[in-house]
Design a protein around this ligand. Structure first.
Ligand code: AMP
Ligand code: FE
Ligand code: FE
Ligand code: ZN
Length: 289
């Protein structure tokens, strides 16, 4: 592919207000254009709700990969390990996938309400209706609860809200995620390309063993996200080596969330070979501005 200046800049993991980002899909694609990206993927948690608006607002020269980030779990150890699966270029009308995403979004609301009940039981004055309204119809997540803690003056930042005294541990509850093998199969059956997001991010919590990643590769996993701010340099190198062993493609991405995180669009990027493999394997066209 051609780029505007030198090597194409490809960022394959970003969030909008359709989940826990702070830019609307329209603002997100405009910001990607301003940042000089050539390719952007929109990957909101458990939803495709931002796709249409993003496609409609693409600035000239920007290509859009329509995707999502699926909330998954691996039940091979107790308690189950939560993990994230990026899914690119799948059919958004695939009935089973549509149903599973709707189920997970409902489970997120149930979990959010239970987290708020725990906080309130400890005398912390946060309101579930207000938090839900703050998500404005998008997939609700802990970053929305973090905003309520900030508004209440209990923490200063989202990062602090994810500390062990708050949403990171004390008030952390599991949600009813999709079994990761089922998710890989579902994404493939919907014509999509599954990539394991930040698979070695130990700073987020427990991670899965390499043997599990090998089993996922055999089940249809296409790639691993190596360059991500939550990976240390050693973790990035490990993921690259594992991907090479297993014949998986490797991506790098910002996981941009607007002001809910400090990372900027294009902070990490993906090589053109991985991009081309994803495009070749996906059923949905890449949209162009
Ligand atoms: P949830 O999807 O509700 O389990 O919340 C997880 C989301 O919280 C992730 O997708 C990130 O957007 C955000 N998150 C996780 N850890 C942190 C952190 N340390 N600082 C800021 N945001 C975080
Ligand atoms: Fe998020
Ligand atoms: Fe993620
Ligand atoms: Zn993400």
């Amino acid at each position: 592919m051609t780029s505007r200046t030198g090597a194409p800049r490809i960022d394959l993991h970003t969030h909008s207000t359709a989940s826990d980002g702070t830019l609307t899909p329209v603002e997100l694609v405009r910001a990607a254009g301003t940042a000089g990206l050539d390719v952007l993927a929109i990957t909101d948690h458990d939803t495709t709700a931002g796709w249409a608006a993003a496609v409609g607002a693409l600035p000239p020269g920007l290509r859009l990969i329509r995707g999502a980030e699926l909330s998954c779990r691996w039940s091979g150890t107790e308690p189950a390990v939560p993990l994230h699966l990026l899914a690119y270029l799948f059919d958004p009308d695939h009935p089973e996938l549509v149903a599973e995403l709707a189920r997970v979004r409902a489970a997120r609301e149930d979990r959010g309400e239970r987290i708020v009940a725990l906080l309130r039981a400890d005398g912390i004055d946060v309101s579930w209706p207000e938090i839900l309204a703050g998500a404005d119809g998008g997939t609700v997540g802990r970053p929305h609860i973090a905003q309520a803690l900030i508004r209440a003056g209990l923490v200063d930042s989202t990062r602090e809200a994810f500390g062990s005294d708050w949403l990171g541990e004390r008030y952390r509850l599991p949600k009813d995620d999709i079994d990761v093998f089922q998710a890989v199969r579902l994404v493939r059956s919907a014509g999509g390309v599954p990539v394991f997001a930040h698979p070695r991010a130990t700073r987020r919590g427990r991670v899965v063993p390499d043997e599990l990643i090998a089993e996922l590769a055999a089940a249809g996993l296409a790639g691993l996200e190596a360059d991500h701010e939550d990976h240390s340099p050693a973790e990035r190198a490990h993921v690259r080596a594992l991907a090479a062993d297993l014949g998986l493609l490797v991506t790098g991405s910002s996981d941009f969330h607007g002001t809910h995180k400090t990372v900027q669009l294009g902070a990490f990027t993906t090589g053109v070979e991985a991009y081309e493999r994803i495009v070749a394997e996906g059923v949905t066209e890449v949209a162009s501005g």
